[in-house]
Design a protein around this ligand. Sequence first.
Ligand code: SAM
Length: 730
Amino acid sequence: MARGKKQNPFAARKRQKRENGPQRPDRRSEPYEETKRDNISFIKYYHLQKICHTEEEWTQFLESIRDNLPTTFRVTGFKGEAKALLNIIETQLFTEYVRAVAELHQKPPEQVERPLCLPWYPNGMAYQLQLTRKDIRRSEPLYRLHNFLIVETTAGSISRQEAVSMIPPIVLDVKPTDKVLDMCAAPGSKTAQLIEALHASPEEHKIPPGFVLANDVDNNRCYMLVHQAKRLNSPCLLVTNHDSSIFPNLLQSNEDGAKSVLKFDKILCDVPCSGDGTLRKNPDIWTKWNLAQAYNLHGIQYRIVRRGAEMLEVGGRLVYSTCSLNPIENEAVLQRILKDADGALELVDAGHLVPGLKYNPGMTDWKLATKEVDTVYTSFDEVPETLHTIIRPAMFPLPAEDMAKINLNKCMRILPHLQDTGGFFVAVIVKRRQLSFEKNDVQDLVEKAAKTAVEEPQLDESGKPIEAKNVPWGPQRKRKRLHGYKEDPYVFFGEEDADYNAIKEFYQLDESLSKRCLLTRCVTEKKKNIYYCSEPIRKLVVNNEHNIKIINTGVKTFVRCENRHTVHPYRLAQEGLQTSNAFMGSSRRIEIHRDDLVRLLNCTDPTKPPSTHELKQATQDRCSELGVGSCILKYVDEQFTLFVVGWRGTSSLRAYVDRDETIHILRLLGADLSKFEVNKYEEAKKAAAAAAAAAAGAASAAENGANGAEIEAKATTPTAMEADEPATES
Ligand SMILES: C[S@@+](CC[C@H](N)C(=O)[O-])C[C@H]1O[C@@H](n2cnc3c(N)ncnc32)[C@H](O)[C@@H]1O
């Protein structure tokens, strides 16, 4: 090895593997073997626990849990156009669905089961299809349904989510004013529901006064969470990366300027669990299931819910949920925290929030067993000493008189056979008074904040921030890093900001969109992307950034675009329009006819935007009043109003939205989508045919002794972008 050169351990391991040859046989070419849906310990254990009330129900349970899971999705709630989309789904999409399923199963359309509207999901916005996710992904007749699910999911208009997983956010009953904590949030399907609930009254709150703090201990999963939540474009979300069981107390500023410990109105503890409720979706769990998983998880589950209870406001609501059926991970955890709380926490009924949902009550008696379920214990005295570190006294049911006080029967056990879903456990707790073990020491936090305060950006003599690139040792580098955490800083706008003033003037921005809530992710004079977060989120960040690992916040609202035809350096971002629109004046608005909007959206070549002369006279007239630059295209329908970011060029007008959003809007407008419809099977067939033809051609050329003249694929050089187009976003 060369001197001074360190050996890369990963490369070395890879080299070693290559030299040793393949360790495992390559099974890719072998036929796919179905997992055996059986596990003796699982069946013995749950039969022993009597999770079903009768033998007949037990048989139904076993039959159902071995079956594949239907597909479910919900229309995301707070967008104005949600109802219009639902209407399209119920008419056009389901007609196409029936046709495709009939073709797939080769039966008459009348015999195809219609999709089921989940009766307990609010406003009839969730549906269940009698197809597995695999069916949809792999069957050609279903390609349009597949395309629909993918496009609308990416556009944020629907969410594909297990039916039972939709329940915890519903029973948490989030209001737009609530401070919400999602303790174990990734990958974020429930967080998305919490955000939607926060935005449920746009007429009342342009920006909801509440917020959602979504946290997960797993850094990589935090980014999945960011990706999932981003589709909703909410300025009221903060994503953090902590162990929830030791989540730090957060500071808040009261109206009088004093500091206090922040308490949450609503907390979701969707804790890590053994996941045996998801056996229908993840059949692999059949082979791995054993009781040790539940014993191992009980401790962290208890510590998370205990910490959640401490952070809950008196009068606040906490939902504890798992996708496990095991009482060790469910009732045993809850009885522990309820006993600790000594009446300060109360289990409450939540059935009225999910009317029509079938579930069994929580268990008040259960047994413990060895890993193989060959020995059963009804009390800790029976447990051999060798198992004392695994099976703990608190896992056994409380004595009858204590059990009677805590109402475990109010928990909800959703079993697969009750309504053809996965298995799930949900419990709702209300905090009646402070907990004796709760620590609310503000002084400590204030001192810590003062000690580790993030330095303000350095300004030059004219008050401008000094470019970070000129001072590599500058403010960003000085930021205190928590445990190797490496996120860029959150730099809020100051009182005087030249960019803000320019934006305000150009877009006639109402000052109630607080400039202090605009932020960038680096200390630089030339800001690139400008994000917006709500005022409560700003305060949360400013008060606590010394203490919490922030992964993400803010919605991209303005984007720098250099363009020689406009003096204004920022264009609008479609993501942020949902918030910024309500604060913009009329200077950059164009009310547009449906046909014009369809024409603009159908233009997929950014180098050839539609000329204004092709548009309706009213649009042309309005365009001639507007200078070059970003604008808002408004379309009003009987059912909904759409706002789309546009770009007024010197002689053109274009819509500035991505492909999935384009398809979504065209769908709402009832326009032809065939241009965007991809049949991946047809494309694969064409590609295979082309490859076969090329191979045949090459073979015959070789046979004929041709001199191998190369057919050069011509690189398609795009024509130069129209000069008045903004540079595309990076
Ligand atoms: C059941 S999943 C949560 C699913 C999520 N609520 C949703 O609906 O998409 C449990 C999550 O807990 C996280 N987790 C595990 N231990 C944790 C801890 N100590 N603190 C915070 N999160 C934790 C895992 O990384 C995992 O993402």
